[in-house]
Write a protein that binds this ligand. Structure first.
Ligand code: FE
Length: 331
């Protein structure tokens, strides 16, 4: 009798220790429709239910801070390495050691301390009007500072983290002074005031208000669904030197999560081939997993050489990028 009860309590101990969480909560600033379908598949396969709380990245980070030990958040998911880096600086994440994540995600697309991981790549490059120019007219981001582009360039505001990250990549590549020279040139070549978003900058190129801009490629992919924007052409910048600027969407496990094992399982799932085929193409971005599918509509843009600076640097140089923009009057 006594023997049986010891076995029973041992069994309970063992099963408690290995019992996977049956519920996870993701705080996400990424549009839910881009992740829900693939996360539903994960739930079907594992029996782990996943809840979402969507919102603005800054507000979600604030919320995790305020909730402290009681936060229901297991995973924080967002876009741009600048924001992921900030989350790590705020001590929101714990490190996740996983061979699968290390194998699936190239090291330059994840935090060196494994606090966050890139799950899709977003390339930011030149788009021009083929009514005015052709591929031979373009080479690098830096070339857009040349006076030959006067009155031709349209840019999104420097207040957007995407452009801060792009400037950070130039600060890393050339140093602050040279990067500042480039951005000064951009500003003197502006055709008009800066735009609040990439789509409006693209529309201004298409309408002839300017000749070229720098945007994340998925915005172009969305517009090209409409034939009226057929005069927009993508150019992969810096293909004969450091490569095109690449950023990420990504996620990390929240420090106070009580379900780290299940959360790791979910991140591993999102980096796996079956999820990567969907995850990046849902937003016409690029997968982080080598060989995973890209959306049919962007296949024609072909392969490109990427700037493989560790994306964490885009975060750590963010303040300098903001300072640079202020110095040169890039609004
Ligand atoms: Fe975006």
């Amino acid at each position: 009798m006594k023997k049986i009860s010891i076995c029973a309590s041992l069994f309970i101990l063992v099963s408690c220790a290995y019992e996977p969480a049956d519920e996870l909560t993701i705080y996400t600033s990424r549009q839910p429709q881009l992740i829900e379908p693939i996360v539903e598949k994960f739930s079907l396969e594992t029996g782990i239910k996943v809840n979402f709380l969507s919102g603005n990245a800054q507000e979600l980070m604030e919320r995790i801070d305020v909730e402290g030990d009681n936060s229901p958040a297991d995973i924080f998911m967002t876009v741009d390495a600048g924001v992921l880096w900030q989350a790590a600086e705020r001590d929101i994440f714990s490190s996740t050691n996983s061979k699968i994540l290390e194998e699936n995600i190239p090291s330059y697309l994840r935090d060196p301390e494994n606090k966050w991981f890139g799950l899709s790549k977003r390339a930011r490059t030149i788009v021009y009007s083929n009514d005015q120019f052709n591929d031979n007219d373009f080479s690098t981001y830096e070339d857009l500072a040349d006076p030959k582009w006067k009155g031709k360039l349209c840019l999104r505001t420097s207040k957007k983290v995407y452009n801060r990250s792009l400037m950070a990549s130039m600060i890393d590549a050339y140093g602050f002074e040279k990067a500042k020279e480039v951005v000064t040139g951009w500003i003197s070549n502006l055709a008009t005031e800066v735009f609040s978003n990439d789509t409006n900058a693209l529309k201004a190129v298409s309408s002839g208000q300017c000749g070229l801009t720098i945007v994340n490629t998925y915005y172009l992919a969305r517009l090209l669904d409409d034939p009226q924007y057929d005069n927009l052409t993508l150019f992969w910048a810096n293909q004969s030197d450091r490569g095109v600027h690449v950023n990420i969407s990504g996620a990390g496990i929240v420090k106070t999560s009580k379900n780290k094992q299940a959360a790791t399982l979910l991140l591993e799932y999102l980096s796996s081939e079956k999820a990567q085929d969907f995850y990046a193409s849902a937003n016409k971005e690029y997968p982080v997993l080598d060989g995973a599918m890209v959306h049919a509509s962007i296949k024609d843009w072909g392969e490109f050489i990427e700037d493989n600076i560790n994306v964490g640097k885009l975060g750590s140089l963010q303040k300098e990028a903001v300072f640079l923009a202020q110095e040169v009057g890039y609004k």
